[in-house]
Design a protein around this ligand. Structure first.
Ligand code: CTP
Length: 392
């Protein structure tokens, strides 16, 4: 399954480092070529010699004094995928902050390969706001987080923070390298549009762009050639082509120039905009402006009219129930409609989770349980891949 794939295994300083030896062995048994980078702290838990014995290769433990002239860039470029297990709070923090203060974080900064992180730490550290922030940043940058799970922790403690089991990490690595979207052109729109009232004010909405960015990063991780047309400042996987726009008009113009096999329209596009925006700044003294509105271009409808149309996924933000959506997939000419009730506290705008209902072309519906937007992106692409008759 991983024959010929080059995997860099980074091990940072947690007690779960002993399980990484087994992960290393599993990767090799699956056919991968494995290089190991061991942080200074990791060597308190497991020795370089152990990994060298499993891989049959020298283990990199420092930026200096070893055979490679530039270990971080050499290894970063060599890898098809980097997996860090365990990823300690300090490792996550360094990567989120772009610090390259030691060998493992330097490698992580020097690679363009997808990165899988398997965090392991005590519950208090995992739940600390600083760690939560770092995880948001890392997910936004397109890194894949596996685990942690609940169970026994170091020193006889128990709770969330235990590293995912090597088998589970291997499964994620295999899935990512399966590249089921290899060569597929995926277009994603994301974020809420801003429609100018005057030079400084706009009509906007609460969409954060998180769902669309998660879909773009997930597709890129799976080998797709992704263009993301977005109003959001959020980051995306390094291989995603980002086109930043502001208004529905700019989004429609950008999308018109992009060919795609799959289009996922996750943006919250304004339906109406001020018909006569002012070039300058409206003054309070002039009194309330007359905000006559006019329709914006329907970006999704324009994509649906292409011949042949791409596999088309629409989003529907409903407020207070999903009764209206049954016939909507067919009406909008989409293959799949992802609907959610944005008034639910755990779904919709700006939160990290979502609770969606999938509506198929024929009107059948499938309710998905509450999950992170990253997880929903993964499931959605599984579904798209399956529907397109592609191999998972
Ligand atoms: N959409 C778009 N361009 C627009 C409006 C909507 O591309 N000008 C896309 C969104 O990206 C999303 C879907 O259409 O994929 C949203 O559809 P829906 O929720 O039905 O919104 P509306 O078409 O505005 O319908 P309504 O306001 O009646 O719910």
């Amino acid at each position: 399954m991983l024959r010929g794939r080059r995997i860099l295994l980074g091990v940072s300083g947690g007690v779960a480092a002993y399980k990484s030896v087994y992960l290393c062995r599993l990767l090799i048994e699956a056919g991968a070529e494995v290089e190991v980078v061991l942080s200074q702290e990791a060597q308190n838990f497991v020795g370089a010699q152990t990994f060298a014995a499993v891989t049959g290769r020298k283990v990199v433990t420092s930026l200096f004094g070893q055979d490679l002239v530039s270990p971080h860039t050499d290894l970063g470029r060599w890898a098809d995928l980097v997996v860090v297990a365990p990823a300690t709070a300090a490792t996550l923090s360094r990567l989120a902050g772009g610090a390259s203060t030691e060998v493992l974080s330097a490698v992580l900064l020097a690679t363009r390969a997808p990165v899988v992180l398997a965090p392991a730490m005590h519950t208090e550290m995992w739940e600390h706001p600083a760690t939560r922030r770092n995880l948001d940043v890392l997910r936004g940058d397109g890194h894949i987080i596996v685990g942690p799970v609940s169970g026994d922790l170091a020193g006889g403690d128990e709770g969330i923070g235990r590293m995912a089991e090597p088998d589970e990490i291997l499964g994620v690595v295999e899935e990512m390298l399966a590249g089921d979207f290899q060569g597929v052109r995926v277009l994603v729109t994301a974020g809420g549009t801003r429609e100018a009232i005057d030079a400084v004010r706009f009509i906007g909405n609460r969409s954060s762009g998180k769902m669309g960015h998660a879909v773009a990063s997930e597709a890129a991780t799976r080998g797709a050639d992704v263009t993301l047309v977005t109003t959001s400042d959020l980051a995306a996987h390094p291989s995603v082509k980002l086109v930043r726009v502001e208004s529905a008009e700019e989004m429609a113009a950008a999308v018109a120039g992009i060919e795609a096999d799959v289009a996922v329209m996750a943006a919250a596009v304004a339906d109406f905009r001020p018909a006569r925006p002012s070039d300058g700044k409206l003054a309070r003294a002039d009194g309330p402006p007359d905000l006559a509105l006019e329709p914006t271009p329907d970006v999704l409808a324009e994509v649906a009219r292409r011949s042949p149309p791409p596999f088309l996924v629409g989003f529907a933000a409903e407020a207070g129930g999903l009764e209206r959506i049954a016939g909507k997939a067919a009406a909008k000419g989409v293959d799949l409609l992802v609907a959610n009730d944005v008034t639910a506290p755990d779904a919709g705008f700006a939160v990290d989770t979502n609770r969606v209902t999938i509506v198929f072309k024929g009107g059948e519906m499938e309710e998905w349980p509450l999950a992170s937007k990253v997880e929903i992106a993964r499931r959605l692409l599984d579904l798209v891949g399956g529907q397109m008759g592609r191999r998972r």
